[in-house]
Design a protein around this ligand. Structure first.
Ligand code: ME8
Length: 503
């Protein structure tokens, strides 16, 4: 069976990783970890996009070569993802030889099958967005409609991919697969885009203007357009080289899920599937286009100079607090504004609801049961647990991570209310209530154990710590929950899981 293959965009290696990149990567990581917890074999790809004009200019600015800059930045991205506990299986770089070979193979195939032709291109080009625009799109002021920078006029021989001829096939695919692009609002945007005739796509740049890219195998005076090069990295990344433990034949294309920001939805839902159709390769099964992190209502981006460094946040508050805030505060698919106040509110929720539940439960088990609960104790709130699990799974399957987290926190709130209602401290004073005390504490322990499972994909470090304090050998999975619970040992008290003095 092919593993469940999911990808993040490959980020431009011309700039440092910022909170937007971190969000996409943490979101994908959470889905990957959740998949593994449900027993799915998961392969998770991320990487860096290292060719193109932007990269060349960034290198020139830094007085280095594009390759040297790419080497440095790829390491920086990898380190950032390791620091943020991202469990990627493979990191693809578009300068990897295997990728260059794959792109050239595909281009030859497309050229021989007459999917590519040469023509003169005249029009406007935005270096920053690495794309051409029509006169109508750039308007009288000649500004890029996306990044608002001045565009330049170019007239050059170019190679074009016959994208237009796939318009009907693409439309029919989108219409037949209502969940191929989610959320619905984004799907509608793509359908709107496809209402107009789909033009062919320029897939080359003359080397006299840009020499930093993959050479076209049928014309050495051109390099491949950076987006075409970058998109195929998902295919390169799906096939693992022979030194990998997974063996030489291992290939997990098509992707089961491609997570992208809404800024790059057209490239992923129009350019990409049509290129795949022309290459006789299957389409990804699903594309999730999430919203933007904004800073005072503007998109957070390096060029706007309003980015937040996720590693700095991590230094101050710890990895899990950053992961939690980003996933908890942004409804998957919509925009959200990053503020320190929201960060604090979400962190306080962790401390007051989950941290409080954990410390109350563990200290009561330590105090009243010398740290050990009798095995096979009856538990309450069975329906609530079942309901939580059901809803949590449903939200995760619909990729509504924030709603899944909401459901988990609701259970923690209910458990706190259950403590107040049961008053275990009163039960502990009455010898006739031993059974009732055991049931209450076992219920709380069971709920916390379930919460370690549900919240582990978002907070792997803290939930591992909580599982340890609950006397569990490891964070259970949804499949071995009862086994791990039955093997629990003594609970361990400790300092608060989410100390508030860090805020
Ligand atoms: O576009 N909020 O790379 P890139 C949320 N190399 N997400 C954000 C964000 C924000 N403010 N800013 C960036 C590229 N992102 C190409 C991709 S893929 C074949 C090639 C995230 O470095 C979001 O996922 O500009 C967005 O789509 C991506 O970073 C763009 O990263």
């Amino acid at each position: 069976m092919k593993p469940y293959y999911l990808t993040t965009p490959i980020y431009y290696a011309s700039g440092e990783p910022h909170i937007g990149h971190a969000y996409t990567t943490i979101l994908t990581d959470t889905l990957a970890r959740y998949g593994r917890q449900t027993g799915t074999d998961v392969t998770f790809l991320t990487g860096t996009d290292e060719h193109g004009q932007k990269m060349k200019e960034a290198a020139a600015d830094k007085k280095t070569s594009p390759k040297e800059l790419a080497d440095k930045m790829a390491e920086g991205f990898k380190k950032a993802w390791i620091d943020l506990d991202i469990s990627f299986d493979r990191f693809i770089r578009t300068t990897d030889q295997a990728h260059v070979d794959l792109v050239q193979d595909i281009l030859i195939r497309l050229w021989e099958n007459k999917e590519i032709y040469s023509d003169i291109y005249s029009g406007w080009y935005c270096i920053h967005e690495e794309r051409y625009w029509t006169s109508r799109e750039v308007g009288g002021q000649q500004l890029c409609p996306d990044c608002k920078r001045p565009v330049e006029y170019v007239e050059e021989t170019n190679y074009f991919f016959r994208m237009g001829k796939y318009q009907e096939r693409l439309l029919s695919h989108i219409n037949k697969n209502p969940n191929w692009i989610i959320p619905k609002t984004r799907r509608n945007e793509v359908l709107g885009f496809l209402n107009k005739p789909l033009e062919d796509l320029s897939i080359s740049r003359p080397k006299k203007r840009l020499d930093w890219g993959i050479t076209l195998p049928f014309d050495e005076s051109h390099v491949c357009y950076v987006w075409v090069d970058a998109l195929f990295s998902y295919v390169t990344g799906s096939s693992f080289p022979s030194e990998s433990t997974k063996g030489p034949e291992y290939n997990c294309w098509p992707a089961d899920l491609q997570v992208v920001g809404k800024d790059i939805l057209t490239t992923h839902s129009v350019y990409w599937p049509t290129l795949l159709m022309a290459s006789n390769l299957p389409l990804p099964k699903k594309i999730l286009a999430h919203g933007w992190w904004l800073s005072e209502d503007a998109k957070m981006s390096k060029s706007m100079g309003n980015v937040i460094d996720p590693l700095q946040l991590k230094e101050q508050f710890g990895t899990d607090a950053v992961r939690w805030y980003l996933l908890r505060d942004m409804p998957t698919g919509s925009d959200a504004t990053f503020t320190k106040e929201r960060f604090n509110t979400r962190y306080e929720e962790l401390a007051n609801v989950l941290g409080n539940l954990a410390s109350r439960t563990i200290s009561m088990i330590a105090k009243y049961k010398l740290g050990v609960l009798p095995s096979k104790t009856e538990t309450d709130l069975k329906e609530e647990l079942k309901e939580t699990l059901h809803k949590f799974k449903q939200h995760m399957e619909e990729l509504q991570v924030h709603s899944a987290l909401d459901v988990a926190m609701d259970l923690a709130r209910k458990a706190n209310a259950y403590i107040d209602q049961k008053e275990p401290w009163a039960l502990a004073r009455d010898t006739a209530q031993v059974q009732s005390l055991d049931t209450t504490l076992a219920t709380l322990h069971r709920i916390l154990t379930l919460l370690t499972i549900l919240l582990f994909p978002v907070m792997p470090e803290k939930m591992s710590e909580l599982a340890r304090r609950l006397g569990l050998s490891t964070v259970p999975t949804l499949n071995n929950f009862d086994v791990i619970l039955s093997e629990r040992s003594k609970v361990e008290e400790g300092s608060p899981l989410f100390p508030k003095d860090i805020l």
